[in-house]
Design a protein around this ligand. Structure first.
Ligand SMILES: NC(=O)c1ccc[n+]([C@@H]2O[C@H](COP(=O)([O-])OP(=O)(O)OC[C@H]3O[C@@H](n4cnc5c(N)ncnc54)[C@H](O)[C@@H]3O)[C@@H](O)[C@H]2O)c1
Length: 268
């Protein structure tokens, strides 16, 4: 059951699913029949209550905004059965805070899939303060059934993935800001020296510089530790509307290609 706010958003979501399935057919990982069965299995709704009424599990993946997510979970708490597991794909919002607006917070859990979801194996499973062992086990087992590798973590700002990734990205921006090295030099050191498939500045562009800034701020506010303070260059770039791939420019220029081949004029 796939729920979104409008028919247009649902069409966009379905088009992404079809595109991903076609890519899997091209690679030989699934057949045309698998694709047909998958699509026939999906029923779309624009009303939350209609979509979740008999669900055993809801995985919320709406826009990363605290007020929006709290409203959705309040609504889910009203319309779902008390035992329905309520999961969130949030990459930075506290699961414990989300659970605080739900009647039975023991069944709220984080299910943080990594982008691109069809390719990345990891699911970070986040236990809120009240999440039970039983709910955690159900979600860990389900993730394995989905062909993923789940990892259980506790609910503190940034969880594990972003707590380690975002300071690395921030430090690479700081390194650029301090004039230690240029964009492609920093990314080349990390790609060839550390065997990272993508340099940290390219990865930041790919994630979205606004998203990186917002996650760093969540950790900075949550831990009250200056080590998470976002680099002023990152803050400036976001204010200037340079958000990375989605805006056409970040550390690289994406006007001709999305492959990060050309360093943005500002850093060239
Ligand atoms: N994009 C990523 O790389 C990534 C990776 C891991 C986790 N996440 C998390 O996944 C979630 C979604 O991220 P995104 O980048 O796809 O966001 P997005 O804003 O691009 O898309 C969110 C979707 O949710 C829909 N939506 C908004 N309000 C809704 C509501 N009230 N009810 C139902 N649907 C609603 C939107 O129409 C849209 O289709 C966020 O919590 C984000 O932190 C994103």
């Amino acid at each position: 059951l796939l729920i979104d706010i409008s028919e247009k958003s649902l069409e966009k979501g379905m088009a992404t699913i079809v595109g991903n399935l076609d890519r899997m057919i091209a690679k030989g990982t699934i057949t045309e029949a698998d694709k047909k069965a998958t699509i026939e299995n999906i029923i779309t709704y624009t009303d939350i209550a209609d979509g979740v009424v008999n669900a055993d599990l809801v995985v919320e993946a709406a826009t990363e905004n605290v007020t929006l997510k709290l409203n959705i979970f309040k609504q889910l708490s009203e319309v779902c059965n008390e035992n329905t597991i309520l999961a969130s794909n949030t990459s930075s919002i506290s699961i414990t805070q989300i659970a605080s607006v739900v009647k039975n917070p023991a069944r709220v859990i984080g299910m943080h899939f990594m982008n691109p979801v069809p390719i990345m194996k990891l699911v970070e499973i986040i236990r809120g303060y009240n999440t039970t062992d039983e709910v955690t086990k159900t979600i860990m087992d389900l993730s394995v059934k989905l062909g993923k590798t789940p990892v259980e973590v506790n609910d503190y700002p940034g969880f594990v993935a972003n707590r380690i990734l975002m300071p690395m990205i921030n430090e690479s921006i700081e390194t650029l800001y301090n004039g230690v090295a240029g964009v492609s030099e920093i990314d080349t050191v990390m790609k060839l020296g550390m065997a990272h498939p993508m340099g940290p500045l390219q990865l930041a562009d790919f994630i979205g510089l606004d998203v990186c800034l917002s996650i760093l701020n969540v950790m900075y506010d949550g831990f009250k530790n200056p080590k998470y303070a976002p680099c002023p260059l990152l803050v400036n770039m976001v204010m200037a509307g340079k958000l990375g791939v989605k805006s056409g420019e970040g550390f690289y220029d994406y006007s001709e290609s999305k492959k990060a081949e050309k360093v943005a004029k500002m850093f060239a």
